[in-house]
Design a protein around this ligand. Structure first.
Ligand code: SF4
Length: 324
């Protein structure tokens, strides 16, 4: 899309947001043109990771929320804002982690491990959240896992994040995590050999590694270089506090664009693995949602969930927000 087209679509989106009483919440993995805040000439009202956007969703005054992220995030925003209409520009914006587990799978895990609490990463659909004890994000998973008295916990659905958490939790508390087999198809590409290669080529770089990267990728990242293993927010915070000029980044490619925008003088090296689900959201389909609001043609975009599912999924999400 040329600059002229982009600026026309930007002004159209800004105009319709005002007319239709709507806000845009945009995730850090969105294409750069959707990460630009309205105050900086773009269209987003808030940019954040999933926990940050969940919190913003509880503070929104507008009647309509347009969620530029993936569907499980928009569902969470809806469950926290039942009186509002929540829209996603493409219903096909899924997630390999969220689709790896169903509510029936959680019930079966409970049957196999009676009495063991279930912690679900927020990357799950509403029906799955309705069956768990508490949700977590990569930002508060450690403190939530530590808060349970039980010696065992079921952690779903991300096996890699679960393995990374297990190491820390078992070392610090002796707790054992029972894991599911879900994988983020983006972060699983940061294998041990990929990380080793980037590190060997950039021995002076610090390493920024997301919790969803496989354990062998994490081990290969930190055997010599310093850096951080954590959430998107931990990565942003670490770079802000570091004196380094060069970083290897093991997370979704467009987080690199966010970092470069924040720190233009620093270098961020990444193989640029993009999430195909996040990239379904564009300026064009964001404009289409706004055009549809109020016309009676919103069903392709509106998040509609059964009342009973929302009622049961709310407490695990609310408990998660208490750990901010
Ligand atoms: S980056 Fe991974 S966890 Fe995030 S939405 Fe895409 S597939 Fe899901």
């Amino acid at each position: 899309m040329g600059n002229e087209n982009s600026s026309t679509i930007y002004s159209e989106i800004r105009k319709l947001k005002e007319e239709k009483n709507a806000v845009i919440l945009s995730h850090y993995y969105m294409p750069p043109e959707l990460q630009l805040l309205e105050k900086d000439g773009g269209v987003a009202d808030f940019i954040g990771d999933s926990l940050g956007l969940s919190i913003e969703a509880t503070r929104v005054n507008a009647a309509n929320i347009i969620f530029c992220g993936v569907r499980f995030m928009a569902e969470t925003a809806k469950i926290l804002n039942r009186e509002k209409q929540v829209f996603i520009p493409d219903m096909e914006a899924g997630c390999s982690l969220a689709s790896s587990i169903t509510a029936a799978d959680v019930l079966e895990l409970r049957r196999q491990h009676p009495g063991v609490p279930v912690v679900a990463y927020v990357n799950t659909y509403a029906e799955t959240k309705a069956e768990v004890d508490i949700c977590c994000t990569s930002r508060n998973a450690m403190s939530i896992a530590k808060s349970f008295d039980s010696e065992e916990l079921i952690f779903v659905p991300d096996v890699y994040m679960g393995q990374n958490l297990s190491k820390k939790i078992e070392a610090e508390t002796g707790k054992h995590l029972i894991l599911w087999h879900g994988k983020c198809e983006v972060h699983e590409q940061f294998t041990g050999s990929a990380m080793k290669m980037m590190r060997l080529m950039n021995p002076d770089a610090e390493v920024l590694v997301h919790w969803e990267v496989p354990a062998e990728g994490v081990d290969a990242s930190f055997d010599q270089n310093t850096g951080v293993l954590g959430s998107t927010n931990d990565i942003l915070k670490y770079v802000g506090e570091s004196k380094s000029q060069k970083f290897i980044m093991a997370s979704e490619c467009d987080l690199g664009a966010t970092l470069k925008g924040m720190y233009p003088d620093r270098e961020f090296i990444t193989p640029c693995f993009k999430c195909p689900y996040m990239k379904k959201i564009t300026l064009t389909n964001t404009l289409q949602v706004l055009e549809a609001i109020g016309t009676g043609n919103v069903p392709p975009y509106e998040i509609i969930l059964p009342e009973e599912v929302m009622t049961r999924a709310y407490p695990p999400i609310k408990r998660m927000l208490d750990f901010v």
